[in-house]
Structure formats: structure tokens, C-alpha cells
Design a protein. Structure first.
Length: 199
């Protein structure tokens, strides 16, 4: 048993007393105070981040795929231009075969233009962004079809979706905002629109 000063009157009071005998001020006993309960922290441990390389490889392969499609459309266009220029055969139908090649050059030019546009979009927008929250890795695969991946598990995806949502293994919400113009990414945890965490 020890003596302490009463916070109210400043006189000596025993630690065993419930109230100060001089002024009646309640004296808290440490034995009556319950220890704070710790929150449950039995969450899964973060995975090894080696799985991020799989998504980076996927982004690289997708960019190569669109590059090859664009180059293929150029080769097709070149073939029809060569056929148009080298066709000197005159048939009983007159210039029938040249008309066919002109139409095919027009169609392949249109296809090449579309492939060029998609190729540029792929080069500009297809990317992988990753960061860690509470030790867990959150990855965003930005492509024509976006994916939000948490610890190698796809949690949300969408075609030109602006916002994607997921949940960390410790139950915290994670959100992603993808710009439709340049594919830039904002991400954070907690309240939607909290832009303190940018990548």
C-alpha cells in the first residue's frame, strides 16, 4: 500500500482507498482498470512479390501482340499495293482486276489505320502499377480491360471502368482510379477519393 496525492485537494491518500477521505474525490484503482483488448491481427501473411513479374510479362506480351498486328496490317497493305501496280493484264472485262485491287488497297488501308490507332493506344496505356499497403501488394493492370489484383487475386476488372475496388487481406478497402485519357493511375486505401496515395 502506498500514498498518492489526491488530484482534487492535493492531500495524501492511500492507493487502497476508493475515494479521498478529505474531499470525496474518487480514486481509481489500477486493479479495476481492464487492459485494452488488442484487435484481432490474425491476417494472412503477405505473399512473395514474385507474382508481379507475371503481370509485367503479360503487359509486355500484349504490347508485342498489338505491334505484330499493326505490322501485319502494313504487310497486307503493301501486298495489295504491289498487286495493283504490277497488274498489267487486260481481260475481256477491261480493268476489272485493277478495280478489285483498288478496293482491296482501300480496305487494307482502313484496317492498317485502325491497327495503328490501337497500337498507339496499347503503347501509351498498357502498363502495370504496383504498391504495398500494410505489407500487401496491390497491382493494377491497365489495358483495354483493366484489372485490380491484390496478392495475386483479381478482385475487380472492367472495360474502361474509371474506378475499381478491392479488399486487402486485413479487410481494408482499396480503390483505384484509372484515367480514361492517358491510363494514369491513382490508388489508395480507405475512403474513395482519398488521393494522398498516388502512383
Amino acid at each position: 500500500m502506498a500514498l498518492i496525492k489526491c488530484p482534487e485537494c492535493g492531500k495524501d491518500v492511500s492507493t487502497a482507498a476508493d475515494v479521498c477521505p478529505h474531499c470525496g474525490y474518487p480514486i481509481k484503482k489500477e486493479s479495476k482498470v481492464k487492459p485494452e483488448e488488442k484487435p484481432n491481427e490474425n491476417y494472412p501473411k503477405p505473399k512473395n512479390t514474385a507474382w508481379v513479374e507475371k503481370w509485367k510479362s503479360k503487359a509486355k506480351a500484349t504490347r508485342w501482340k498489338w505491334t505484330l498486328l499493326f505490322l501485319g496490317s502494313l504487310v497486307l497493305l503493301a501486298v495489295f499495293i504491289i498487286l495493283l501496280c504490277t497488274d498489267k493484264e487486260v481481260t475481256s472485262y477491261g480493268t476489272y482486276s485493277k478495280t478489285v485491287w483498288i478496293i482491296m488497297v482501300g480496305i487494307s488501308s482502313f484496317i492498317a489505320f485502325i491497327m495503328f490507332t490501337l497500337w498507339l493506344v496499347a503503347l501509351i496505356t498498357i502498363r502495370v502499377r504496383a504498391r504495398q499497403y500494410d505489407g500487401y501488394t496491390v497491382l493494377v493492370y491497365v489495358s483495354f480491360n483493366h484489372c485490380l489484383v491484390v496478392e495475386d487475386e483479381v478482385q475487380d476488372s472492367g472495360f474502361v471502368n474509371r474506378f475499381l475496388y478491392g479488399q486487402l487481406p486485413n479487410k481494408k478497402q482499396v480503390w483505384v482510379n484509372i484515367s480514361a485519357w492517358d491510363g494514369s493511375v491513382k490508388m489508395g486505401i480507405g475512403k474513395e477519393g482519398d488521393e494522398k496515395n498516388l502512383i
